[in-house]
Design a protein around this ligand. Structure first.
Ligand code: UT7
Length: 339
């Protein structure tokens, strides 16, 4: 039986999950008509079969708000109960105001303070841990944590190295402080770690479109406002850091890999997920994978997968669940919870 909490935190639980993906499906075969690629290459190198693409005019906040409404319904609370909204995204609606402020308006959560977090694919777990700190101080009680991305807005559709990898979507959780006597509350977070290595910023980035390289016609012609990635290097760091972060969070929780019922990893590449499972000694059937349907949706992968795992019954009350992410920065993070 895992300890209720050994991390000097109050008991803080996920009480509802929700997700949203756009209707439009873009298959590998569709992509093979746009760039020099094929289903066989994408499937064997990544595991991805299709991804969702937001409708014209559909912004990150639209997807985030729908995921949020579903999480609120699952938690059985109203938007008025929320006192903190954090949106993790690298594809905000605009530079400012934050996407979290726009979500507040759309779902009418008027009692919340709102801000965004930029930690790329680790963003959701960064946001979850940030909310946990706010809740732990007593400053906030009920937080809405959203990972939402419209990566189709950052894709260079002429670059086969990257355009096949990404998709759009949003996932959300409601996190709440539990009463002092609720040490065994379902959904409780046992431990969390976060890390960053800013010396490797150049390996995965969108170089242009902001203050360093502002938007000009020339910069747009050179596609500087789209995703650039050194895939192989990123792959290696992802495996190493996700394993380390997993082991640290497990150790902090007083657990080992043998205690894990389900790993819900960032969904970037099936080969990365398999490598992590193998190194940690976790059977593949205990890893949750949905990237074949959605590709890499950055900050949204973990909350979308968590919601699907929850609703499908792949995770059950009492299961120890490990969440682990890696992304641009480089950033990484891991969280252990008891469902
Ligand atoms: O979410 C944040 C973290 N992101 C990640 O963790 C992603 C990490 N990286 C990866 O997942 C993989 O590195 C990729 C899937 C991006 C690439 O797979 P890879 O096995 O590392 O392939 P590669 O980049 O080394 O390319 C191998 C070959 C190259 O051809 P040559 O030079 O060997 O002739 C590429 O030009 O595959 C070619 N290639 C493609 N061929 C068909 C690259 N993309 C494609 C494509 N279709 N879409």
């Amino acid at each position: 039986m895992p300890p209720p909490n050994n991390n000097h935190f109050c008991t803080c639980s996920i009480i509802g999950t929700g997700s949203y993906v756009p209707d439009r499906v873009l298959t590998n075969d569709d992509l093979s008509k746009i760039v020099d690629t094929n289903d066989e290459w994408i499937t064997t190198r990544t595991g991805i079969k299709e991804r969702r693409i937001a409708a014209e005019g559909q912004a990150t906040s639209d997807m985030a708000s729908e995921a949020a409404r579903r999480a609120l319904a699952a938690a059985g609370i109203t938007a008025a109960d929320i006192d903190l909204i954090i949106v993790a995204t690298v594809t905000p609606d605009m530079f400012f105001p934050s996407t979290a402020c726009i979500v507040q308006k759309k779902i009418e959560a008027w009692n919340a303070v709102c801000f965004d977090i930029s930690a790329a694919c680790s963003g959701f777990l960064y946001a979850l841990q940030t909310a946990r700190h706010y809740i732990n101080t007593g400053n906030r009680k009920t937080a809405l944590i959203i990972g939402a991305e419209k990566l189709s807005s950052l894709i260079n559709w002429k670059d086969r190295n990257t355009c096949v990898l990404f998709g759009d979507g949003a996932g959300a959780v409601v996190v709440q402080r539990m009463d002092d006597d609720a040490k065994e509350a379902p959904g409780r977070i046992l431990s969390a770690v976060m890390g960053c290595d800013g010396s490797l910023t150049d390996l995965l980035k969108v170089p242009g479109g902001a203050s360093a390289i502002p938007v000009t016609p020339e910069n747009v012609d050179q596609r500087l406002n789209t995703i650039h990635m050194e895939g192989r290097e990123t792959f290696k760091h992802a495996v190493t850091r996700m394993c380390q972060a997993s082991e640290q969070a497990l150790s902090m929780a007083g657990l080992t890999a043998a205690d894990i019922k389900m790993v819900i990893p960032h969904q970037a590449n099936l080969r990365i997920i398999s490598a992590i499972a193998e190194r940690l000694g976790i059977p593949e059937e205990r890893t949750f994978v949905n990237l074949q349907k959605y590709g890499n949706t950055s900050a949204a992968t973990i909350p979308v997968a968590l919601d699907e795992a929850n609703r499908s019954g792949a995770i059950q009350r009492g299961d120890v669940v490990l969440l682990v992410a890696f992304g641009g920065g480089f950033t990484w993070a891991s969280t252990v919870l008891v469902w």
